[in-house]
Design a protein around this ligand. Structure first.
Ligand SMILES: Nc1ncnc2c1ncn2[C@@H]1O[C@H](COP(=O)(O)OP(=O)(O)O)[C@@H](O)[C@H]1O
Ligand SMILES: [Mg+2]
Length: 241
């Protein structure tokens, strides 16, 4: 079964159409990248899939469940990392991940496993016991990613997980996602405005601009078909045309 099925999705904010008919599918176990500049409609698309926003028209399904009609079913299958997720300043990452584990699991062994995985994914080591107000931006982001993945969702929806992070942290987070997918066979939807960073991470990408998908496929396929060096060049070619 398709993990994600989005059909002709339209979203208007007042008279402004942010999504102008978006269609794509994601297979189980795939890492799918929604790539495009600021304002393209990435967050709007992800918020609809995460059941936080209702579409104006069109449909979106997660494992066959409609994100509007079956939202409670959908929420059990997904984990969503918002692009602007903040952290609680006065508690430690360990305390935070413990709260998350408690919310999701009611048997001791599931709870313990999730917490252990969360701490490991956070990569903080002993610093997991420091208050989060002492963390760098990269450390905070990694706690949020750990939070999203530790519950082993069927689908992880990660909105610009590396935005604003330096090279080392961006690399670390991409490797973390890759390792996680390899281990748990999670389906991942990831967005980025950085066209170059997704090449080694995503099985398939869709280039989005002004609420429309311009091209979709594996990175190598797109590069071959359009005769370009990379996705950035492809994007400029498609938008310029
Ligand atoms: N709540 C809102 N009200 C009005 N316009 C919005 C709202 N949210 C997003 N937009 C507009 O919709 C477009 C798509 O935004 P968004 O989905 O956040 O894009 P992206 O995540 O790709 O940067 C942008 O032009 C943005 O200004
Ligand atoms: Mg966004």
């Amino acid at each position: 079964m398709m993990a994600v099925e989005v059909k002709n999705l339209i979203k208007s904010y007042g008279s402004f159409q942010a999504l102008r008919g978006i269609t794509f599918e994601v297979d189980e176990g795939e890492v799918f990248g929604l790539i495009g500049p600021n304002g393209a409609g990435k967050t709007t698309t992800f918020r609809i899939l995460a059941t936080l926003l209702t579409p104006t028209s069109g449909s979106a399904k997660i494992y066959g469940y409609d994100v509007v009609k079956d939202s409670h079913k959908v929420r059990k299958l997904i984990s969503y990392l918002p692009e602007d997720a903040g952290v609680y300043k006065n508690i430690t990452a360990y305390e935070y991940l413990k709260l998350v584990a408690k919310m999701y699991f009611n048997t001791t062994s599931d709870f313990t496993d999730a917490l252990e995985l969360g701490v490991k994914l956070s990569g903080l080591g002993d610093k997991a016991h420091d208050k989060m107000k002492t963390y760098s931006k990269g450390m905070k982001r990694r706690v949020q990613i750990a939070r999203a993945l530790m519950v082993k969702p069927k689908i992880a929806i990660l909105d610009e997980p590396t935005a604003g992070l330096d090279v080392m942290y961006s690399h670390m987070i991409r490797e973390l996602v890759k390792d996680f997918v390899r281990t748990y066979k999670t389906t991942v939807l990831i967005s980025s405005h950085n066209m170059l960073e997704v090449e080694g991470l995503c099985d398939r990408v869709a280039l989005i601009s002004e609420g429309k998908i311009l091209a979709e496929g594996t990175v190598s396929n797109l590069i071959n078909i359009y005769g370009v060096k990379n996705l950035e060049e492809l994007f400029i070619k498609l938008v310029g045309a």
